[in-house]
Structures are given as C-alpha cells and as structure tokens.
Design a protein around this ligand. Structure first.
Ligand code: FES
Length: 235
C-alpha cells in the first residue's frame, strides 16, 4: 500500500513549524508509524514528494513495545504511540505531528519534563509501611500500567504545560499512594492533589478513551478524588 505522509517539523531552536510530505510504500499490514519513520530515516537520501532533499526526521523511541511512552505523538489528529499506530488502519493519507501541549525540541521530539516535575511536586512517597487490602490490588495494578506518555494531557482541554492543573498523568501514582497509605500519613499529598488535580479537572473525561494502555481513567479519578478530597479509601 502507498502512503502519503505529512510530517510537521521544526528546526532545533526554531520557533516556526512547517510540513514536509513523503511517500512511503509497504506490503506489511503490521507496519507501524514507528517502522515507517525508521525506514524513512534509513534511506540513503530522504527526498520529499517534490524530490527535494530533507534532513532525517527527529523523533523519540526506546522500547517499540508500548512500554516506555517515548514515541507519543499526534497521528491523524489523535494522540497515540507511534509504535502502536498501524499504518494500514490509518488510511493512505497520514498526518504526523508532535504533542502540542509541550515545548517542541525538534520535529516530533518534545520536552515533557514538566509532566515529571509535576509528579515530584506531589510528594509521591510512602511515609510508613504500605497499608493495602485485597480490594486495592486490581486498581493499583491498573494504575501501574501508566507509562507517562502524555497522551491524556494532549487531549485534555484543561491542561497546559506550566499551569496549576497537573492533569490525568499525575492521577495513577497519586491514587496508588493514597490507597496504599493511611490518609493521615499523606495529608500533604492529598492536599496537593485537591489543589492541582481535583480543582482544575473539568470532568470532561476526554482522557477516557485515549490512553494507549487502556487505563480506565474515570475509575482512577473517582477513587483518587474520594481518597484525597473526602478521605475515603477503598475498603
Ligand atoms: S517506543 Fe516505547 S512506547 Fe513506543
């Protein structure tokens, strides 16, 4: 199958973006956007559809197995993982853009450090031995599936980098801490959660169907809100 691939690019240190369009052919129905980007960069000469020479496309990846979150980008308008986005399911015209909620470093590579700084600011550590019961296990397992890709923040109408609202990406770990601790032990985290997540969430739940790991974000939010705001732990 032949694909026409538009990629939004930016020079390192630049402030304006531009599209380059490439042709890509593949007979492999399992080929992903990650495989396509790799193949384009492996060409002896990377030429766009007009035959103009282009520099290799910058993008990030590590595991190529939906485990690290590094390859998160916007593909045909939807935030997802390049290593999980199968070309044949995307149609013959594909648009690839960087996540828009974070500063662009170059091409499809963005700086998501604010997301990790927000996690640090929530003081997510146990102050005493974990206190968990059987009912926490499946919820905590689900929260451990989060790979910190940032897709949930990309789709959220309330999140912007550097804002007071930390967004869904901060919920899984906070929920886990709050369900594994006596609330009195982590009052500070509960307070910070109320300020930086509960107060800013518009409950649009746009994050609900976008998580590449299939995390039920609503379920995690409900339990984290209950613990942080009303002091109710899962019993
Ligand atoms: S490269 Fe790790 S999730 Fe895609």
């Amino acid at each position: 199958m032949k694909y026409n691939v538009k990629i939004l690019r930016r020079e390192r240190g630049g402030s304006s973006s531009f599209f380059d369009t490439f042709c890509y052919s593949s007979d492999n129905n399992a080929d992903t956007v990650a495989a396509m980007l790799t193949a384009l960069n492996f060409r002896d000469e990377l030429l766009d559809i007009n035959g103009e020479k282009k520099r290799p496309i910058e993008w990030e990846c590590s595991c190529l197995q939906k485990k690290c979150g590094a390859c998160a980008m916007v593909i045909n308008g939807r935030p997802c993982l390049a290593c999980d986005a199968v070309l044949s399911a995307l149609g013959s015209k594909i648009t690839v853009e960087p996540l828009r909620k974070f500063p662009v470093i170059c091409d499809l590579t963005v700086d998501r450090s604010i997301m990790f700084e927000n996690l640090k600011n929530l003081r997510l550590w146990l102050r005493s031995d974990a206190d968990i019961n059987d009912k926490c296990y499946s919820l905590n397992y689900e929260s451990s599936e989060c790979i910190g890709c940032g897709c949930c923040l990309e789709i959220c109408p309330n999140f912007y980098a550097g804002g007071k609202f930390f967004g869904m990406a901060a919920v899984p770990l906070t929920m886990r801490l709050l369900t594994e601790s006596e609330i009195k032990e982590c009052k500070d985290t509960a307070k910070l959660y109320a300020k930086h997540i509960f107060a800013g969430c518009g409950k649009s739940l746009s994050c609900k169907n976008v998580c590449p790991k299939g995390i039920d974000t609503e379920k995690l939010l409900v339990n984290a809100n209950a613990a942080a705001v009303w002091g109710k732990r899962i019993k």
